[in-house]
Design a binder for this molecule. Structure first.
Ligand SMILES: NC(=O)c1ccc[n+]([C@@H]2O[C@H](COP(=O)([O-])OP(=O)(O)OC[C@H]3O[C@@H](n4cnc5c(N)ncnc54)[C@H](O)[C@@H]3O)[C@@H](O)[C@H]2O)c1
Length: 389
């Protein structure tokens, strides 16, 4: 492998162009070739990156010796370019989420990875956000006690399925859904926060009242093999100021974590973990230090939560250790790329510089994510719970 990783990018739309910019800005990667079926898009990206443009990625894979191929084609079109890159002998692939929109496509991708002995990372970018790492940290260390219930909703502005991809928007949204496009992120986050727990059963509904060409929303209840239940919901019909609204909350037997990752209106972005009262001062400060060192600049405090709501005062009148962060929480869609490059260069699946990340998302995580999302779609279609093997 040369000193700089020689990269090719397939699919140069919203995300692909961000990948090109990101890889061009790094000292250890160079974009040598780009491919898109839209010739003008390929030309423009190639000019920016001083790379060679292709309209046929097969040709690109024949002509170029590449250390890494990034695939950022629309959701249902991940299989062919990914398998082609792997079959061409590319040793590393970075695939946009979701891994695939069907189990058949997911299986074909995973088989190709294993057959070629290659490495495939899925760009579940939310994992790179410091407050998501902090969420995982608190859950993995039992700081809320055993977590028994959670909820997560990630909703897009209605402009996403109607206008975000210009004249291609309807076709784009019809080829995907809020399950594949949005809940894939949530399913991956939950598996990562609660690892090694896995989703065992899914019950979901969907609705098609507004958009017509794609479901307006999916609302799903996931039961994990630990007994944990999480409700996850994603809409494509919100008339809101922001592009995305993202909220998560987890209830443990001894504490609660509230994560306003991307508020739509009137709520400050922020993160609060009300920890188990068993966590003492020294331990709280040690957790704060670990998180601050990992880039999550949380405040540590003890709160006496005793809201006065008349006779029925809510909450508990108990001194409680807390960790809190107020401010923007979302990571850029390319925030995980640096860690993935670091892992590729070290021939590893972990980034040594980010111990709180744990193993980076590979094809196996993508496979499980596709299984769960496919089960959500099947359950909503059949009106019955779906059990996962
Ligand atoms: N990780 C994140 O946070 C994040 C955020 C948004 C989108 N995404 C994902 O990124 C992927 C791309 O989304 P987008 O919004 O950039 O879509 P897009 O439509 O803007 O870009 C896709 C590009 O692929 C090209 N293309 C289609 N078929 C092709 C083929 N056979 N060969 C070469 N090029 C082809 C299209 O012409 C288009 O330019 C999707 O899977 C999406 O879900 C990820």
């Amino acid at each position: 492998m040369s000193e700089k990783l020689r990269c090719g990018v397939i699919g140069l739309g919203i995300l692909g162009s961000k990948h090109v910019q990101c890889l061009c800005a790094r000292p250890d990667t160079e974009v040598v070739a780009v491919a898109d079926v839209r010739a003008e898009v390929a030309q423009a990206s190639a000019a920016q990156a001083q790379a060679k443009p292709y309209t046929d990625y097969h040709e690109m894979l024949r002509q170029e010796r590449l250390d890494l191929v990034v695939v950022a084609t629309p959701d249902p079109l991940h299989r062919e370019p990914t398998v082609a890159a792997l079959e061409a002998g590319v040793p590393n692939v970075l695939l946009e989420k979701p891994l695939a929109t069907t189990l058949e496509d997911a299986e074909a991708i995973c088989n190709a990875v294993e057959r070629r002995g290659a490495r495939l990372f899925v760009n579940f970018a939310n994992r790179a956000a410091p407050m998501d790492m902090a969420t995982r940290y608190c859950i993995q260390r039992g700081l809320l006690g055993p977590v028994v219930y959670g909820e997560a909703r990630v909703d897009d502005n209605i402009s996403v399925p109607t206008r975000m991809w210009g004249a291609r928007s309807r076709e784009w949204a019809a080829g995907s859904s809020t399950a594949h496009f949005l809940l894939s992120h949530v399913v991956d986050l939950l598996r990562w926060y609660f690892s090694p727990a896995e989703v065992q059963e899914v019950y979901a509904i969907s609705q098609k009242e507004i958009l017509g060409y794609t479901p307006d929303l999916y609302d799903a209840y996931l039961t994990f093999d630990t007994g944990l239940k999480v409700r996850i919901k994603a809409e494509w019909t919100k008339h809101i100021d922001e592009l995305v609204e993202f909220y998560l909350c987890f209830s443990g037997a001894e504490g609660t974590l509230i994560y306003n990752k991307l508020p739509a209106f009137g709520v400050q972005a922020g993160w609060r973990a009300n920890l188990s009262p068993k966590v003492g001062m020294a331990e709280l400060l040690a957790h704060q230090e670990a998180l601050v060192k990992a880039g999550a600049s949380v405040a540590a405090m003890f709160m006496w939560s005793q809201p006065s709501t008349g006779e029925l005062a809510a909450g508990e009148g108990q001194l409680r250790p807390c960790l809190e962060y107020r401010g923007p929480c979302a990571a850029s869609p390319t925030a995980l790329v640096g860690y993935i490059i670091e892992a590729i260069k070290a021939a590893s699946t972990v980034a040594a510089s980010a111990p709180l990340l744990g193993p980076l998302p590979t094809h196996l995580d993508g496979w499980r994510q596709t299984q769960v999302v496919s089960a959500i779609v099947r359950s909503a279609e059949s009106g019955r719970p779906v059990t996962l093997g």
